[in-house]
Design a protein around this ligand. Structure first.
Ligand code: PBG
Length: 326
């Protein structure tokens, strides 16, 4: 007996590309960049090899590097000069992101997306204003509704600086609706919102919290970010954000949550983004350093898997390296 069904026929070098179901292209990728108002020179981020925090006056140069690698979209994160209880540097007209974005949008052709959150700007490191006494009482947490106005104000200040798209990541209930209303009232009806709609309370964010100095000073984020145990709830989050006007729905992290990427792809008619987060990047680098994995091949396979799961666009620290290798 010989097999009649022989899938191997379609695996020759000649035909493989013709029958490939998924492909990766530089136009799918968004490169995160870190701008640091406290730095006067570039500072390497130890846990994210190849990435640096750059001073505001080097933001344009940093984005030019991304563009030269063939990636046309950036996500700007800021490290402010000062932090306080209400994250006031997040929505200051002369804040770090606002200054950097003004320069980047004036001097480059990059598509500029900004992260809208408060954790890098609050002295307690939470993603919004917290209830009095939260330092010592673990039942107290971020004040949801009081945070909404500040997020809207932040998004508007980013749009005023020239951001092409805003990406709220604070997991505040109602954030997309509040930001949409704020942008519309301020004359930015054309600025789209990419919501971090399904964001898990993940331990894979560790290296980022070093990079952006945004680790919570007390407690954790499980009162507002999603429980990794939950899949059904992801649809509830995505639906809420879609109804409030999110133009793009993001799932974060990426690789540990491919089932959720697929669910959101199938459940909604909006573009789906996946965030291949700092821990996913750091893991491959650490293993490659020891000679245990091939970095370029595993990075490519990771991003291709996110596409296969249903992501249309991918935020990744591998953006420049992968774009150059394509
Ligand atoms: C801000 C934010 C975080 C990340 C992106 N935006 C940190 C967090 O929620 O703790 C993490 C990204 C990464 O790990 O690559 N809220």
């Amino acid at each position: 007996m010989f097999p009649t069904d022989r899938p191997r026929r379609l695996r020759t070098d000649g035909v493989r590309p013709l029958v490939a179901e998924t492909s990766l292209s530089a136009s799918d990728l968004i490169a995160p960049v870190f701008v640091d108002a406290t730095a006067d020179e570039r500072v390497a981020i130890e846990s994210m090899p190849g990435h640096e925090r750059v001073p505001v006056d080097e933001a344009v140069a940093r984005v030019e590097e991304v563009l030269a690698a063939g990636v046309e979209a950036v996500m700007v994160f800021g490290i402010p000069e000062a932090k306080d209880a209400v994250g006031s540097r997040a929505y200051a007209a002369d804040g770090v992101v606002q200054r950097a974005v003004r320069d980047i949008s004036a001097e480059t052709d990059a598509y500029v997306i900004t992260d809208v959150c408060m954790c890098e700007y609050t002295d307690h490191g939470h993603c919004g204003v917290v209830e009095d006494g939260a330092e010592t009482d673990p039942t107290l947490t971020v004040k949801n509704d009081e945070t909404l106005d500040l997020l809207a104000e932040t998004a508007v200040s980013h749009a005023e600086a020239g951001a092409d798209m805003v990406a709220p990541s604070s997991m505040t209930d109602g954030m997309v609706g509040a930001i949409r209303a704020g942008l519309d009232d301020a004359g930015f009806a054309e600025v789209p919102i990419m919501s971090y709609a399904v964001k898990y309370e993940s331990s894979f964010y560790g290296p980022f919290r070093d990079a952006a100095d945004g680790a919570p000073a007390f407690g954790d984020r499980r009162h507002y970010q999603m429980d990794p145990a939950n899949r059904r709830e992801a649809m509830r989050e995505a639906r809420a954000d879609a109804e409030q006007g999110a133009d793009v729905l993001m799932v974060k992290p990426g690789l540990p949550y491919l089932d959720v990427v697929r669910d959101v792809r199938e459940g909604f008619d909006r573009p789906v983004a996946a965030y291949n987060v700092s821990g996913e990047y750091a893991m491959l680098h650490a293993a490659a350093d020891r000679g245990w994995l091939d970095l370029e091949a595993t990075a490519h396979e990771s991003l291709l898997s996110l596409k296969r799961a249903g992501a249309d666009l991918i935020l990744t620290y591998f953006a420049e390296d992968v774009a150059e290798s394509l």
